[in-house]
Design a binder for this molecule. Structure first.
Ligand code: 13P
Length: 341
């Protein structure tokens, strides 16, 4: 077994630390910039990522950053390549390697993530650019009226995630395996629970078939949570309890860490959920964060594309990272939010 990959995975889920997902694809970052009236040019995207990555002190709470293809090749404003700038702070550079979710043939309303062709060669290149870990995201929608998700959709996505993970391990890159059950629907938390469990069972079966050593991966799942449009919203303690119970049924203890996506939860709620899980304890994995929106929303709106707002943007980002760092050990509380406000 490669101790190296296991050590990298363990490092990423060190106490107090988690991942910043800053791998928004070009269409996604444009959407984020549109909301603050900033044009999505290469220079603006670089300035924004520069602000986040150079935040003084953030390395106490962030052990890894997921980059997009454009960003891993960019230089910071001081001329240092972004991967080297991060590595110098003890933050591991990661890379999104999937090519996005496309319509799944024969399954209206369902998606399959593409990007396996040529992946081995791309991993070799990314490793040369400094990537220590990678990410591949499968997208699972819930629509109970339409019988979605189908087993077909869950199975092909699990098979693709496993093929990706096997290639990463071969190329000495830690795979972050991300099967995201979307929280967009009107379904209740028990439906999310059942779909998440069904998907994870297929995923771990595919990972076993494809000989992926579980000690060398990180799992990046959704939490078990109510759909955004559901009239009944589960409490923080219910989300924490059902998420832990679901994963205990299906995620082997050999997996070093679970790093949640935020998936559209507000920043404070995403932190509260992680905090409650770690406060409760009673599970064999590290539980950490790999948040995109829930680490960036306040920073983005403080920044608004202006150089004179960089300090304010960094303060907002550092605050959010510190809160999530505290949530790693169940030490987050309301007072931390009030202090900052
Ligand atoms: P969110 O935390 O905004 O869901 O993003 C995490 C991510 O990387 C999704 O792939």
């Amino acid at each position: 077994m490669s101790h190296r990959l296991h050590d990298i995975a363990r490092y990423i889920v060190s106490p107090q630390k988690g991942i910043l997902a800053a791998d928004e694809s070009s269409p996604t970052i444009k959407k984020r910039f549109d909301a603050i009236d900033v044009e999505s040019t290469e220079d603006n995207r670089r300035a924004y990522r520069d602000m986040l990555f150079t935040t003084p002190g953030v390395e106490a709470f962030v052990s890894g950053v997921i980059l997009f293809d454009e960003t891993i090749r960019q230089k910071a404003l001081d001329g240092t390549p972004f991967p080297a700038l991060l590595a110098a702070k003890g933050i591991l550079p990661g890379i999104k390697v999937d090519a996005g979710a496309k319509d799944l043939a024969g399954a209206p309303g369902e998606k399959v993530t593409e990007g396996l062709d040529g992946l081995r060669e791309r991993l070799v290149e990314y490793r040369g650019l400094g990537a220590k870990f990678a990410k591949w995201r499968a997208v699972i929608d819930i629509d109970t009226a339409k019988g979605i998700p189908s087993d077909y959709c869950l199975e092909v996505n699990a098979a693709a995630l496993a093929r990706y993970a096997a290639l990463c391990v071969e190329q000495e890159i830690v795979p972050i395996v991300e099967p995201e059950v979307l929280m967009d629907g009107a379904h209740d938390i028990d439906t999310c629970d059942a779909v998440t469990e069904r998907g994870l069972r297929m995923l771990f079966s595919a990972l076993a078939t494809q000989r992926v050593p579980l000690e060398q991966i990180l799992l990046k799942p959704n939490m078990v949570i109510s759909g955004k449009k559901s009239p009944t919203q589960a409490s923080v303690s219910e989300v924490a309890a059902k998420t832990i119970a679901c994963f205990k049924r299906v995620v082997p203890a050999a997996v070093p860490g679970i790093v949640y996506l935020s998936g559209g939860q507000t920043e404070e709620v995403a932190t509260a959920h992680l905090n409650e899980m770690n406060r409760s304890g009673g599970f064999p994995w590290e539980m950490s964060f790999s948040y995109g929106r829930a680490l960036q929303a306040a920073a983005l709106s403080a920044w608004r594309g202006k150089a004179e707002n960089v300090a304010a943007g960094q303060a907002a980002f550092l605050h959010r990272a510190r809160c999530n760092g505290a949530a790693r050990s169940g030490a987050y509380n309301d007072a931390m939010e009030k202090q900052a406000a």
